[in-house]
Design a protein around this ligand. Structure first.
Ligand SMILES: NC(=O)c1ccc[n+]([C@@H]2O[C@H](COP(=O)([O-])OP(=O)(O)OC[C@H]3O[C@@H](n4cnc5c(N)ncnc54)[C@H](OP(=O)(O)O)[C@@H]3O)[C@@H](O)[C@H]2O)c1
Length: 288
């Protein structure tokens, strides 16, 4: 089976490569190879002479605050770019696996502390989420053979280039530099290790689950403060860390206070702490 991975230098892209089963024939595309917003390039690479059974798109404009300042770019990458991929996949007969986000939800389930499932109705409250939902709608309304995989709060060994790393790296670097940490304790999510997510995506596709929307994250949930505490504990680093309310941090984009995903479709990645343990074992904290 021939697979293409788009965004292959990213943290999820790297872990999709690292975890790819031997029976899979893999072609990887970085941002330098082509930009998903360039329709002609997308068709050349995905629907030209070489065609793929499955295309996995991890590329996105996902700097949440910057999306508020650059809504046009957010829609061009996260929706128009996705339309290009959809049309190329349609032409080539490929299945599209498109990665989306917990930020398509508004956080209203905080009062019940109940996860968002695949059949919950999205209502994004920032431009990033709105543009990602637009991308999802393009996929599901223009293509028959698709998987939309929503996940949350990703971290992987490669780090997200667009965000200059990821949350665990930031916490570890600041703690090692002796900075006092203030971390939000009233926003909840499921931290998800891209290594495990990548394995979940391979399962989804290779076990031929029915097409549609899937939530794939670890299980359980925590606040960003609880996540930071666990990162420091597992890395054995002492730091001064203070829980604060999101009201203390003014950010351009509003964020859902609760974006915990759950699944009714059977693929979960096990407890979030286990994913974090694996991550800490894989990195060299000394070198950060
Ligand atoms: N990070 C999170 O916390 C999070 C949470 C939930 C869902 N997601 C979703 O998960 C997916 C993967 O996230 P990630 O954390 O692995 O991101 P990442 O590390 O930033 O990787 C994304 C990759 O896509 C490339 N890319 C960006 N724009 C592109 C374009 N227009 N054309 C072609 N390639 C482009 C980037 O290259 P350059 O860096 O060179 O631009 C980067 O290598 C995204 O769809 C994101 O929306 C992320």
């Amino acid at each position: 089976m021939k697979f293409a991975i788009i965004g292959s230098r990213g943290q999820l892209g790297q872990d999709l490569i690292r975890t790819s089963p031997s029976k899979v024939e893999l072609t990887t595309f970085t941002h330098a190879d082509f930009d998903i917003t360039d329709r002609e390039d997308v068709f050349d690479f995905l629907a030209g002479e070489e065609k793929f059974d499955i295309v996995i798109n991890t590329a996105a404009f996902h700097k949440t605050d910057l999306c508020e300042d650059e809504p046009q770019k957010a829609f061009v990458v996260n929706a128009v770019g996705v339309k290009n991929l959809v049309e190329a996949c349609e032409k080539a007969g490929s299945v599209l696996v498109h990665i989306s986000t917990d930020y398509v939800f508004d956080g209203g389930k905080l009062s019940k502390k109940e996860p968002y499932y695949e059949d919950d109705i999205p209502n994004p409250i920032n431009i990033y989420g709105i543009s990602k939902l637009a991308g999802e709608n393009v996929v599901k309304n223009y293509l028959e053979k698709y998987y939309i995989v929503r996940s949350s709060s990703l971290y992987g060994v490669a780090g997200a280039s667009g965000k200059g790393g990821n949350f665990p790296y930031t916490i570890l670097r600041k703690a090692k530099a002796g900075e006092k940490l203030k971390v939000v304790d009233d926003i909840y999510m499921v931290p998800t290790h891209t290594y495990d997510l990548a394995q979940g995506i391979w399962r989804l596709v290779l076990e031929e689950h029915p097409y549609g929307i899937y939530h794939i994250t670890h299980t359980g949930y925590c606040s960003w403060y609880e996540f930071a505490k666990k990162i420091l504990e597992l890395a054995n680093i002492e730091a001064f860390i203070e829980p604060v309310s999101h009201k203390e941090f003014r950010t351009k984009a509003r964020r859902p206070l609760w974006s915990v995903l759950g699944t009714k479709k059977g693929i979960d990645l096990g407890p979030w702490v286990e994913g974090l343990k694996k991550f800490i074992e894989c990195i060299n904290v000394e070198d950060l």
